[in-house]
Design a binder for this molecule. Sequence first.
Ligand code: SAM
Length: 298
Amino acid sequence: MASNGGARHQKSGKASFEHVYDREDPREYFRTLGVMDYRIPPHHGQRLFSTLVEGQRDGAGNGRRSGEPFTVVDLCCSYGINGALLKYDVTLDDLYERYGSQELDVLSPEELAVADREFYGERRSEDALRVVGLDLAENAVSYGLRAGLLDDGVIENLEEREPTDRLREAVSGMDLLTVTGGIGYISERTFDQLLGCLPGDRVLWVATFALRWVSYDAIAGVLSRYGLATERLESHTFDQRRFRDVAEQEYVCGELESMGIDPEGKESEGSYHAHFHLSRPAGSSEASVEELFEPVLR
Ligand SMILES: C[S@@+](CC[C@H](N)C(=O)[O-])C[C@H]1O[C@@H](n2cnc3c(N)ncnc32)[C@H](O)[C@@H]1O
């Protein structure tokens, strides 16, 4: 099992769930995070990322060769949950129900992977979408591949190592880079290394959720060196999960206040909140980030 070494950027008062990041299958991940009502990947990510895939796929000048599938690289992909939600006709609630069910509880991880492949195979909604996962959690990525949540997966830690040729090849056709729940584990270093793998003519968009107490400035700075301008969606924040206890909530609210960010009406209500960031080629005459998502956030 790979160690979760990327967590060195995480803040100390945040509850750690690393023990469920690299299991043989995703059941314990869903059970543990379900208790905290973890919402970002399905409920919010699915809506926003799908909007981007639909809008960007047929866009002019996207650098894709004809017949090439639209490729999402999901960074910190874990078991491939974002992949499942983008490629298949399933919701987060479906996944919580599935992985918490007594019926599946008796299956071995291998049997579950076989059952999952069949389950997802019957629910394919996006034939022309390819999802490549990147994470340092070996078992989780391997499960995502075997169960069909990911089309390709690479296990690497770009915080600590240079990208391998295998990674360069896997991400060279990426159109959209997504991150949910990973900023803080990964820093600007990972983005720098990953974008450095792209051929110069590739048009890439980067869409991420980052907790409000994590500064995105250094990452936006790196992305700008690759010609991408970053906008933050100002009209909405997104609840990520409930605090484990009052101590965690008080710690987070205190940290936010010391950063000049008012937790009132957001973290003060009991959940972490995240900002959504979108980075696109600078100077492209696209709609603003607010306009782009107005129909799905109404
Ligand atoms: C909170 S989980 C989020 C998983 C998934 N994106 C989701 O939203 O459900 C954080 C993930 O980041 C991964 N991670 C931590 N450090 C990393 C690193 N340096 N490089 C790649 N992945 C890393 C962990 O293994 C874990 O799968």
